[in-house]
Design a protein around this ligand. Sequence first.
Ligand code: CA
Length: 226
Amino acid sequence: MMKNTMKYTVILTLVAVLLIGAIVVINNNKAPNETEIARQEVDLTGQPLLGEEDAPVTVVEFGDYKCPSCKAWGEMIYPQLVDDYVLSGDANFSYINVLFHGKESVLASLGAESVYKQDPKVYWDFHKKVFDAQPEAAHHDDVWVTTEKLLEIASEYPSINQEQLRRDIDEELTMEQVITDKELFEEHQVSQTPTIKINGITMEDPFDYQAIKEVINRELEVDKNE
Ligand code: CA
């Protein structure tokens, strides 16, 4: 009797060990797929780029000049990102126009694309000043983007031809670039602004700078090991 009980115990233990072993093997096989992150790189051909072109990490903002959260992101997160990663050459940054707020989103985008086309060097400064011009606590229906306003902002840059800028906006001469951006935000299924992508990985919360740093640092680690 005793012998039999022991035999069963041994068999049951063996079965249990084998089962646990099998589960571990299955999990290990599954792990790479499960932890693989959804990644869809953004085609940045012809887009403004801040920082080193060959930086290992690329951060893309899908933003809208009419979006108050984008203004806030530009004030709270963007400066840290530039200080911590862009200036060191670890990351570069690009911006894609999203057109969620109608005519004014389009106007501001036409203007920004014109400035970029005329002088890429002043683009980022102009870009920031358009967000600066967005009234504090703005509501989406407060009208503040006009051709005159964009011309006024651009007037401080001698390299920007005011007449060209006016025509690009009024005659929609930079609409092709705006449409390119529209196709990009549709392709990437952007449903809110700002949407931040790091090497093609969409951040769940664009205002969680700690999470942004973690993703960038991980991407830098991967780059180093390649
Ligand atoms: Ca663009």
